[in-house]
Write a new protein. Structure first.
Length: 368
């Protein structure tokens, strides 16, 4: 990729402008929703505030992939359709994060309190009755559900290109169902994994990351943008050949950071995935390669929320000693290679290819 020439500057300028337009549309959308909710009751404002706070952050990976998918299929720069679709994707992502943090018992998100923690804190500072933690979880579930509703409304606003029966609508609907299915497989593996055959743990974990993360993080957003612009089936298939292995590499990188990442950059406590009992590919590889004593120690440590720094370091040591970390890094490299090989043959404008390459590299090489 030409990272220093005029083409790169042009790409950055267009992408930055898209971010600006997307951010303005998202803000305006949530302000309108806030006004509607205020007519119900001023007590609803914390839900809108929580969505606004969460949706205002993040890297916009999904929205940007949607945009370049649109552009690669011949869509006009900065048109309304990919902006509205980007708003829908950002709101869907926010809903997924809200619910994911409840499921994972995670008290932080991007270095700040997660939404359910925000509501629990509201309960405490307000001096309300009954169980503050239960209130926090219930309020956050409803906030996530409201966010899902907003996401649907934003996508419908795209118009005829996103109507029932269109290719874009089919992809959007599939994305939402796949995430829920993948999330269930994830929590199922946490409770059923220890009693299932260890020899198939890696393939089960790979299936989880494909449907819980990879498809909705990369493949589906790129496809939605392309479909909105009228992409052919061949182009959508070529998009998938690039974006699906990229999404799987992206999630594997996330799994490595969940165990070995620096809290100062990840915004999460060190080893949080271990406390949450995540049966990731990284963990599955370690359990598969460990001798019985080390496998038993790793099994016993997974899912204990009170793991201290020494406990986390000990479990990290087991994972490293089995070669699982190195094996995961090799998988990331292999999947990334497949993605970028597919990208090199993608029949799109050079600017679009360069933009997708930059997004892909940022996704797999990140530290947060």
């Amino acid at each position: 990729m030409n990272g220093r020439g005029p083409a790169a500057a042009h790409i950055k300028a267009e992408q930055d402008r898209y971010r600006e337009v997307l951010g303005a549309e998202l803000t305006a959308f949530l302000e309108r929703q806030g006004a509607v909710m205020a007519e119900v009751s001023p007590d609803i404002s914390p839900l809108i505030g929580a969505i606004t706070g969460l949706a205002s952050g993040g890297k916009r990976l999904r929205a940007l992939l949607n945009y370049w998918g649109w552009r690669g299929a011949g869509g006009e720069p900065l048109a309304a359709a990919p902006v509205l679709a980007g708003v829908a994707l950002e709101l869907f992502q926010s809903a997924a994060l809200i619910h994911d943090d409840i499921i994972d018992r995670s008290d932080t998100r991007r270095g700040a309190p997660s939404v359910h923690e925000r509501f629990s804190a509201l309960h405490r500072t307000s001096g309300w009755d009954l169980d503050g933690e239960r209130f926090g979880h219930a309020a956050a579930i409803l906030t996530g559900d409201l966010c899902l509703s907003f996401s649907e409304e934003a996508f419908t606003a795209v118009g005829a290109a996103a109507a029932a029966g269109t290719r874009a609508r089919q992809i959007f609907n599939a994305m939402r169902a796949e995430v829920m299915a993948g999330q269930y497989l994830d929590i199922l593996e946490e409770v059923a994994g220890p009693s299932r055959p260890r020899g198939t743990a890696v393939s089960r974990a790979q299936n989880v990351i494909r449907f819980k993360s990879a498809k909705y993080s990369t493949e589906r957003p790129l496809g939605i943008g392309g479909a909105l612009a009228g992409a052919s089936d061949d182009l959508l298939a070529a998009y998938a050949a690039f974006s699906l292995p990229l999404g799987e590499a992206f999630q594997l990188r996330d799994d490595v950071l969940g165990v070995f990442g620096d809290p100062r950059t990840t915004g999460k406590p060190a080893g949080d995935d271990l406390r949450e009992g995540k049966r990731t590919v990284l963990v599955a590889l370690a359990l598969d390669a460990a001798d019985p004593p080390r496998a038993a120690e790793l099994e016993q440590g997974l899912g204990h929320p009170d793991l201290g720094p020494d406990d986390v370091d000990r479990l990290r040591g087991i994972i490293r000693s089995t070669g699982a970390l190195d094996a995961t890094e090799r998988m990331i490299e292999e999947l990334s290679g497949r993605a970028f090989d597919a990208l090199s043959g993608l029949r799109v404008d050079r600017d679009v290819r360069d933009a997708l390459e930059a997004l892909g590299l940022a996704a797999v090489q990140r530290t947060a």
